[in-house]
Design a protein around this ligand. Sequence first.
Ligand SMILES: *[C@@H]1O[C@H](CO)[C@@H](O)[C@H](O)[C@H]1NC(C)=O
Ligand SMILES: *[C@@H]1O[C@H](CO)[C@@H](O)[C@H](O)[C@H]1NC(C)=O
Ligand SMILES: *[C@@H]1O[C@H](CO)[C@@H](O)[C@H](O)[C@H]1NC(C)=O
Ligand SMILES: *[C@@H]1O[C@H](CO)[C@@H](O)[C@H](O)[C@H]1NC(C)=O
Ligand SMILES: *[C@@H]1O[C@H](CO)[C@@H](O)[C@H](O)[C@H]1NC(C)=O
Ligand SMILES: *[C@@H]1O[C@H](CO)[C@@H](O)[C@H](O)[C@H]1NC(C)=O
Ligand SMILES: *[C@@H]1O[C@H](CO)[C@@H](O)[C@H](O)[C@H]1NC(C)=O
Ligand SMILES: *[C@@H]1O[C@H](CO)[C@@H](O)[C@H](O)[C@H]1NC(C)=O
Length: 678
Amino acid sequence: MLLPLLPLLAATAFTSPALARALPTDNIITHVVHEKRDFAGSSGRWTKGDRVASHVKVPVRVGLKQSAEAVEKAQGWLMEVSHPASGKFGQHWTQDEIIEAFRPASDSVDEVMDWISETASIPKQRITHTDNKAWLAFDASVADLESLFRTEYHEHHDTATGRSMISCDQYHVPAHLVDHIDYITPGVKGIHVYSSDLRKRSWGPGYHGPGGYGGAPGWQPPKHRPAPYMPWNSNELSTCDVAISPACLRALYHFEPLPPNAKVSPNNSMGIFEEGDFYDQLDLNSFFTNFTKYIPNGTHPILDSIDGGMAPITNLSQAGGESNLDFELAIPIIYPQTATLYQSDDLYYALGGNGTTGGIFNTFLDSIDGSYCTYSAYGETGNDPNLDPTYPDPNGYQGQLMCGVYKPTNVISISYGEQEQDLPAFYQKRQCNEFLKLGLQGVSIFVASGDTGVAGIPGDGSANGCLRNGTVFSPTQPNSCPWLTNVGATKVYPGRTVFEPESAVVDPPGHPYHSAFSSSGGFSNIFPIPDYQTSAIAGYFADYNPPYPYYYNGQYNSSNGLYNRNGRGIPDVAANGDNIITYVGGKYRLEGGTSASSPIFGALVTRINEERIRAGKGPVGFINPTLYQHPYVLNDIVNGSNPGCGTNGFSCAPGWDPVTGLGTPNYPKMLELFMSLP
Ligand SMILES: *[C@@H]1O[C@H](CO)[C@@H](O)[C@H](O)[C@H]1NC(C)=O
Ligand SMILES: *[C@@H]1O[C@H](CO)[C@@H](O)[C@H](O)[C@H]1NC(C)=O
Ligand SMILES: *[C@@H]1O[C@H](CO)[C@@H](O)[C@H](O)[C@H]1NC(C)=O
Ligand SMILES: *[C@@H]1O[C@H](CO)[C@@H](O)[C@H](O)[C@H]1NC(C)=O
Ligand SMILES: *[C@@H]1O[C@H](CO)[C@@H](O)[C@H](O)[C@H]1NC(C)=O
Ligand SMILES: *[C@@H]1O[C@H](CO)[C@@H](O)[C@H](O)[C@H]1NC(C)=O
Ligand SMILES: *[C@@H]1O[C@H](CO)[C@@H](O)[C@H](O)[C@H]1NC(C)=O
Ligand SMILES: *[C@@H]1O[C@H](CO)[C@@H](O)[C@H](O)[C@H]1NC(C)=O
């Protein structure tokens, strides 16, 4: 439909003389503003610089809207393959099937292609339709783009990192194409440039992501303390209240190691994500020597290096507490199955130096799913140059961003994260859709729920890490995504044994070696309660209603409530996470954190997948719907809490609770249940 031009002009308040110049030349097709910069949200970090010279050539990406029908149906598809009552349980999708289902309609592609080639005189053969079908890509001069998109490109300078981007304040597309186009770059979202056509900038002072710790933004190193006692006998169970060894875990969750010479599937390696923290082989050797003699020295994870990620370290003093903990827990449970290490990002980005930008996981997800590199959702296409690393990186990895170079493993464990409030909601929703797609393909994702109770990390947003004036509970990210499995932490308290029920970890502040620690848990402000969790959460509120005011739909600013009454509940399950024996930097020591709980749970599911593969079945995939239907396969944890924000937090209770979820694994019962499913 053609609309009169003048009212449109009045409605969009142009300020740019270039636009006033360009518009009157076309009175056939009506153009409308497609995106406009949100000045309120840019918080002074970016400064607008010179206009970009008209001859500069830039790579252009036009993101096409994915089938809206597919996006709407996706949750139903995931339930179809992962709900135990579904006739299609376990019938996971191939990556090609996913690309096909989410591709834009072909008439969108043709119409957008026609417009570009006719208006900018770019031959159609120079426009690439990307493999995942969601993008058109071509190179064009700034002059051509300014007339195509009726805009003006300027350099924008990031005062935090010193980098420059080409972007515009707003741009236009023909009205009849609005529904086909998701996003254009360079647009309001810029592209980084290294062209000699631009003024060279020096690199500015360091910018540390929210949270401010070393390593990935927001990530907290595992808590550690000198080991008070060495259980010399690796099978000793009387000391599990002091130090957790592999034998303690076997007794708690009722499993045995596989025979060292067992024949195992080559396709069932357990994936573990690391960033900015590096395992050390000598430490693994010391651990195996002392606690799991059935594992030979030199046993190590298969390295899937992502965008320059490097491991292991060669200098013992740089050994990473997180990586060593993850592998010293997982390998003893899965051996002789292998572990796969997804070591993400070059040192420049991974070590939280000048390159740290605030987001995590997107470059990792790109590497295991090429279509994610250019996936459009919620107004965001591909990685976000304001939040994610950009490759090639002049300060590190010089290759192109890795897209789909690795196959995802059946199980992936992640012991990193930050808070929901640290990242824009659209960024988190787009990433969450990717976790959903991995679930559709049969991948189980386990994430440590966080170590700060109902609060965030101190200093993140407020002194105590809580929202709205330091009072409202702060949910963790990526945990709040409903399509992954969150793991909280339990503990064997002093004087207790592995033959009694565990309790949630409550390590109060004031410990000489680490800060306060309890499982992060609560309710998302962004994601609603998924169907599989509805009755578990309703049961908790009905029988054990927390003594705090609450709000709905994430609207904490306009209420006195402390938590979202209709948000996705965190965590789903739990496993031991305190006083874990590790070797780090040549030293025997104890570590704690939900960082430990996630690889323990993931390793046990890797064992279940192995048994299913042996029986001719596929991997279990997204396990939450099955676990919430059959909570008896978990040991219900009923004691403990997760204090924070000046409160006692939530309390454990019979059934699901926002501290330890449904509970810790009862391996034989879980195995029996999953073996009974198709
Ligand atoms: C399993 O791995 C082997 C060897 O790497 C490969 O040949 C085979 O195709 C894989 N099978 C499946 C089902 O992926
Ligand atoms: C394995 O490595 C550990 C640590 O370096 C060492 O103490 C031990 O002697 C080694 N064992 C064997 C069998 O080589
Ligand atoms: C544990 O490992 C270290 C390093 O290999 C070794 O020095 C120590 O003797 C071991 N302890 C026991 C009890 O095996
Ligand atoms: C190992 O790392 C430490 C601390 O970063 C450093 O002081 C030491 O010189 C390094 N040693 C070697 C051999 O590189
Ligand atoms: C950050 O940039 C400054 C200034 O260019 C440089 O001196 C410093 O080494 C950089 N730090 C990192 C971690 O790259
Ligand atoms: C924050 O807390 C202070 C002190 O309790 C109070 O005066 C102020 O009104 C609060 N602000 C908001 C936005 O709740
Ligand atoms: C609450 O207010 C803060 C500060 O104004 C703002 O940053 C945040 O986005 C608001 N959150 C919601 C859910 O409205
Ligand atoms: C119950 O949990 C509390 C911490 O909240 C702990 O001090 C206590 O020892 C636990 N009781 C048992 C029986 O483990």
